[in-house]
Design a protein around this ligand. Structure first.
Ligand SMILES: NC(=O)c1ccc[n+]([C@@H]2O[C@H](COP(=O)([O-])OP(=O)(O)OC[C@H]3O[C@@H](n4cnc5c(N)ncnc54)[C@H](O)[C@@H]3O)[C@@H](O)[C@H]2O)c1
Length: 285
């Protein structure tokens, strides 16, 4: 495993919930950070969120003013894919295989053969993306958790073609970002999302069957020691993202009954009730 890593520039693609948090973490760890999104409004929202988060850390005494200024100076926001030249690219765009493949192909064409390409996908097969983009050995998953600026765990996901040096470098990089990396083999839902499916699905089944209401379930689960009840957590994650993950994992495992996506959640997605990011999900914001 490399003790020191020769990484100076990190490009984070996607400035949404996850991309914004990952860019903040990279910038705070001292990397030259490029934050790319096609949507300029999302770039501006990300800039504001990172500023607010750093201000909060500084107010609490967890970050010096100098460190805050340095972190802000490390981030460069861009809507131009041509600017995405880096040692490591972390992709956190929409959970859509075709969109991710198209972007990775563009990025591979303009970056060096030594560049490492990592996807933050929650549920799309990393192996499928590696093959579709023909990046193979330089391709892996780097799965952060929400909110990325706070959650310590990172799943580093390798495929049968990922170069071991790439996995090692991503593990070392995650540590340098202050995270706790866990290496896992590519499989539907990796580890955390596979286990956590039942947390969401069983909770929604209880509501659908009229056996308990949302608030009661969240209160009980929090009282037993979970940091967030399943409904609050789904609102934080984003209903569309969580529903897409459920569908992808279910399909990838040949549709087992125990993992069937929820009709209640489908309805929420169709109504645009996506959770915190849209102002309404299971709760109002
Ligand atoms: N939300 C979570 O809790 C969570 C946790 C871990 C991993 N993930 C994964 O992270 C990824 C992003 O999820 P999110 O919740 O941040 O989504 P989001 O909807 O908040 O943000 C997605 C961003 O990608 C941008 N985008 C879409 N297509 C693009 C393109 N072609 N080029 C550049 N930018 C593009 C959008 O403008 C948007 O800003 C997904 O793969 C998701 O599965 C999400």
């Amino acid at each position: 495993m490399p003790e020191t890593i020769n990484i100076k520039t990190i490009c984070v693609c996607g400035a949404g919930t996850m991309g914004s948090g990952i860019a903040q973490v990279a910038a705070q760890a001292g990397f030259n950070t490029i934050q790319f999104d096609l949507n300029t409004a999302m770039l501006e929202k990300s800039r504001q969120q990172i500023l607010a988060s750093l201000n909060k850390l500084a107010e609490k005494g967890k970050l010096t003013e100098a460190a805050k200024t340095a972190a802000l100076a490390n981030i460069h926001f861009t809507a131009s894919v041509e600017a995405c030249i880096a040692d490591v690219i972390i992709e956190a765009i929409v959970e859509d295989e075709a969109a991710k493949t198209t972007l990775f192909k563009k990025l591979a064409a303009i970056n060096s053969p030594a560049t490492i390409f990592a996807t933050n996908t929650s549920s799309i097969s990393v192996s499928t993306l590696a093959t579709a983009t023909a990046i193979d050995a330089q391709f892996a998953g780097m799965h952060f958790f929400n909110p990325a600026q706070l959650m310590k765990l990172v799943e580093v996901v390798y495929t049968s073609s990922t170069a071991p040096a790439v996995t090692d470098t991503l593990v070392a990089l995650a540590k340098q970002m202050g995270k706790v990396p866990v290496v896992c083999k590519d499989a539907p839902g990796f580890i955390v999302n596979r286990v956590a499916r039942h947390y969401y699905l069983e909770a929604m089944l209880l509501v659908e069957k009229g056996l308990a209401d949302i608030e009661t379930i969240d209160t009980i689960m929090e009282a037993t020691g979970f940091k967030m009840g399943p409904f609050k957590l789904m609102d934080l994650i984003g209903m569309d993202v969580n529903y897409a993950v459920s569908n992808i994992v279910w399909n990838a495992l040949d549709k087992p009954e125990r993992l069937q996506p929820s009709a209640l959640q489908k309805e929420k997605v169709e109504k645009g009730e996506l959770g915190k990011k849209s102002g309404k999900g299971f709760y109002h914001y």
